[in-house]
Design a protein around this ligand. Structure first.
Ligand SMILES: NC(=O)c1ccc[n+]([C@@H]2O[C@H](COP(=O)([O-])OP(=O)(O)OC[C@H]3O[C@@H](n4cnc5c(N)ncnc54)[C@H](O)[C@@H]3O)[C@@H](O)[C@H]2O)c1
Ligand SMILES: [Zn+2]
Length: 361
């Protein structure tokens, strides 16, 4: 039986999103039908609607979600109706060369998106990041459902499904921040602030938050930033060096996704330090750096996809930390909204008024 539910669609590049009827089939083999309880509005959803990620319109947006499994397909094991889950966009295959080498966070076969949801007229929908959770129900691969302790509120749990995991993991997994490190984070939206929180959790001794918006810098302090730099009025490279005895930070995390902020990260890092790129650039962006500086400054230049997380390992652990009061995920939730409010939430995100707007269903 197919389910007719309300969902949020981006129908064409740059066009405002709309709430419309989405047809969601019952789960087939390897699939799960999930009743969405909450879904955060991530900058990546806006990238989709602006055509920055692909041209497979119409998209069913939303990918930072938690909900309850309503039904599973015939051969699904380890997951059943009633389970509380966070949806992930990394259901690892266990068979590709990355998985077989014991590095499943680089799994090459995670594009297991179920492309079976349609508009009422049968037009196929592309679910954002293979999830499509700005909808009352969605159909995903069973492996995209990670069971966690249902004591956590859905509106905070869902955040671990994308942006907060990406930021926490950039610091904890990709950069491997450790006790005593100095860390700078450029761009303090939801993702950057999660990187600040991750650095704090790991025991960094100095955490420098950089943004062009003072409100964002104020919030970054609540997540553990020890110093802040408004890069609209001060040179962030000079400022970060000044705050680190003239050396630069051990780790600089770029959470904007632009060439100029990447260059700042590159030069604000100590010799042999680490740069982690979490921000997602557009296809047009180019980076030019003196190759001699790349050589001469040494160290490590990395990208972080989804915080190099392993959902089955990381989500339940982070939920436990939250329930113990050690991971204040609730501070990311600026407001809870309805499906009809997503276009306005994008505008608020662009005006810098929110860290996360979370749709609650
Ligand atoms: N790598 C991943 O797996 C992953 C996952 C989720 C999101 N992302 C990406 O991370 C980025 C941040 O996402 P978000 O949800 O936090 O977005 P956001 O819009 O909430 O935050 C971006 C922040 O950057 C700041 N900023 C903009 N221009 C700046 C500049 N020149 N210098 C300093 N700060 C500047 C903004 O004021 C804002 O605070 C996006 O590109 C998003 O697509 C990556
Ligand atoms: Zn996202």
């Amino acid at each position: 039986m197919a389910h007719e539910v309300k969902g949020v669609i981006a129908s064409a590049k740059g066009a405002p999103v709309s709430v419309t009827t989405v047809v969601v089939p019952d789960p087939g083999p390897g699939e799960a039908l999930v009743a969405i309880q909450a879904c955060g509005v991530c900058h990546t959803d806006l990238h989709y609607r602006e055509g920055g990620i692909g041209d497979d319109f119409p998209y069913l947006l939303g990918h930072e979600a938690a909900g309850v499994v309503e039904a599973v397909g015939p051969d699904v094991t380890g997951l059943s109706a009633g389970d509380f889950v966070i949806l992930n966009w990394r259901a690892v295959c266990g068979q590709c060369r990355a998985c077989l080498r014991g590095r499943p966070w680089y799994c090459f076969n995670t594009h297991n998106a179920i492309q079976k949801m349609t508009l009422a007229d049968g037009t196929p929908l592309s679910p954002a990041l293979g999830i499509g959770a700005f909808a009352e129900k969605t159909l995903v691969a069973a492996g995209q459902c990670t069971k966690v302790n249902p004591a956590i509120k859905p509106e905070v749990a869902g955040l671990l499904g994308c942006g907060v995991m990406a930021g926490l993991g950039a610091a904890l997994n990709t950069a491997g921040v450790t006790r005593g490190d100095s860390v700078a984070v450029i761009g303090c939206g939801g993702v950057g602030d999660a990187a600040v929180l991750g650095a704090s959790l790991a025991g960094a001794r100095k955490i420098i938050a950089v943004d062009v918006d003072d409100r964002k810098l104020g919030w970054a302090r609540q997540f553990g930033a020890t110093d802040t730099v408004n890069s609209a009025s001060a040179d962030p490279v000079e400022a970060i060096r000044g705050l680190t005895d003239g050396n630069g930070a051990d780790v600089v995390i770029e959470a904007v996704g632009r060439p100029e902020t990447y260059r700042q990260a590159f030069y604000a890092r100590d010799l042999a330090g680490t740069v982690v790129l979490v921000g997602v650039p557009t296809p047009q962006m180019q980076l030019e750096l003196p190759l001699l500086d790349v050589f001469g400054r040494g160290g490590t230049l990395k990208s972080s996809w989804y915080g190099d997380c392993l959902p089955t390992r990381d989500f339940p652990m982070l939920v436990d930390l939250h329930l113990q009061g050690r991971l204040p995920l609730e501070k990311f939730v600026s407001e809870t909204i309805a499906l009809d409010d997503i276009e306005e939430a994008f505008a608020k995100m662009q005006r810098g008024e929110v860290l996360r707007s979370v749709v609650v269903l």
